[in-house]
Design a protein around this ligand. Structure first.
Ligand code: UFG
Length: 353
């Protein structure tokens, strides 16, 4: 049994806590009274995000946040962090996440994402911490045979090294629990996180040309890109474009808090889908974003992108029934908050003070 702890006596280590999903989750944790330690090497994030987290939660809750700039592969740094804090739970976000890049750099992806998890778990167990929430992905379902996807839907071969790292780390953590039943593992399979904190202070800040749809649409809306390239107009969907289950990043953040509360005092391995249960097409996203920003967003329909599935969306019954969690925001909320962030921070964190 892991110890049952109240929020204010629980210290959560958040790897990648300055990143897109990490920063929103840290806000939610601090607002619920948790003590939070972030470890992030800032390779795909900014120290400004950490300052903005403190602004959102206010000075009192900000006192419960400690930030370390370090790479999770750095065992000595992790040792120092675990020695300085009594870490009770870990939420592991840190990892490379660009699907296309992972095809070009498989060695870097396997080394970074898998090795950092192994180093992290080794240091955790040496310090008696065996509770971990892992950032997994709907990508483990591959091309689905049936929709919606439940946690029992089969895992399918991944189509890129990034997807394989999620797939393999799920297996690795499951094996840890088989070998040592004291491990307490929650695998959260995210669908497509978009949106931003309603304050407009934190959001997604992709480096270079965005790979994902909504950041690309947002940059087109603000004039940094000329037109949205819609990858495929001949899918077997109502309007011919790909369908995904987009989820507001703040809903995803509350999903982590629900998982922390649910896992408290337990051991085992449990998987939860985090989505909304609703599929939305690329053209529906472009229309909703146009409404949010108040002008038409140009787009052109092109060939399909290699590796993309036609449609996926989640069945989130398990998260609702077991953790009492469900998504609250709809596509219009997501586009409104994404536009609010983009328009207040046209260059992301780059020019922020
Ligand atoms: N799309 C476009 N134009 C773009 C980008 C995307 O038309 O410029 C389309 C895609 O073809 C797809 C949809 O928009 O139909 C969503 O694409 P994203 O790249 O935003 O998201 P994916 O569903 O491809 O990828 C997401 C996560 C991955 C995860 C994957 C599988 O970003 O981390 O879901 O669950 F692996």
């Amino acid at each position: 049994m892991s110890r049952t702890l109240s929020a204010d006596e629980t210290c959560v280590l958040v790897t990648g806590g300055a990143g897109f999903i990490g920063s929103h989750t840290v806000v939610e944790l601090l607002e619920r009274g948790y003590q939070v330690v972030i470890v992030d090497d800032l390779s795909n994030s900014s120290p400004v995000a950490v300052d903005r987290i403190k602004t959102i939660v206010g000075p009192e809750a900000a006192q419960n946040l400690t930030f370390y700039e370090a790479n999770v592969l750095d065992r000595d740094a992790l040792e120092r962090i675990f020695s300085a804090h009594r870490i009770d739970r870990v939420i592991h976000f840190a990892g490379f996440k660009a699907v296309g890049e992972s095809v070009q750099k498989p060695l870097e992806y396997y080394h970074n994402n898998i090795e950092n998890t192994l180093v992290l778990c080794d240091v955790m167990r040496q310090h008696g911490c065996k509770s971990i929430i892992f950032s997994s992905s709907a990508t483990v379902y591959g091309d689905p045979d049936a929709l919606p996807l439940t946690e029992e839907s089969p895992k399918k071969p991944a189509t890129n090294p990034y997807g394989w790292t999620k797939w393999m780390i799920e297996q690795i953590l499951t094996d840890f629990h088989t070998a040592d039943p004291e491990w307490n593992v929650v695998l959260l399979r995210y669908f497509n996180p978009i949106g931003a904190h309603p304050s407009g202070l934190i959001g997604e800040d992709p480096k270079g040309i965005p790979n994902n749809l909504v950041p690309y649409v947002a940059q087109t809306a603000i004039g940094k890109r000329d037109t949205v390239h819609v990858f495929g107009g001949d899918y077997d969907t109502p309007d011919g474009t790909g369908v995904r289950d987009y989820i507001h990043v703040c809903d995803l953040a509350t999903g982590h808090v629900a998982a922390l509360a649910w896992m408290n005092g337990k051991t085992g391995v449990e998987i939860f889908n985090l989505g909304t249960g609703t599929g939305t097409s690329v053209l529906e996203i472009i229309r909703a974003f146009s409404a949010a920003c108040g002008h038409e967003i140009p787009y052109v329909i092109e060939d399909r992108r290699a590796g993309d599935v036609t449609a996926n969306y989640a069945d989130c019954t398990k998260a609702r029934e077991m953790m009492g969690w469900e998504a609250k925001f709809d596509i219009d909320d997501m586009c409104r908050d994404s536009w609010n962030w983009q328009s207040k921070n046209p260059d992301g964190y780059a020019t922020a003070q």
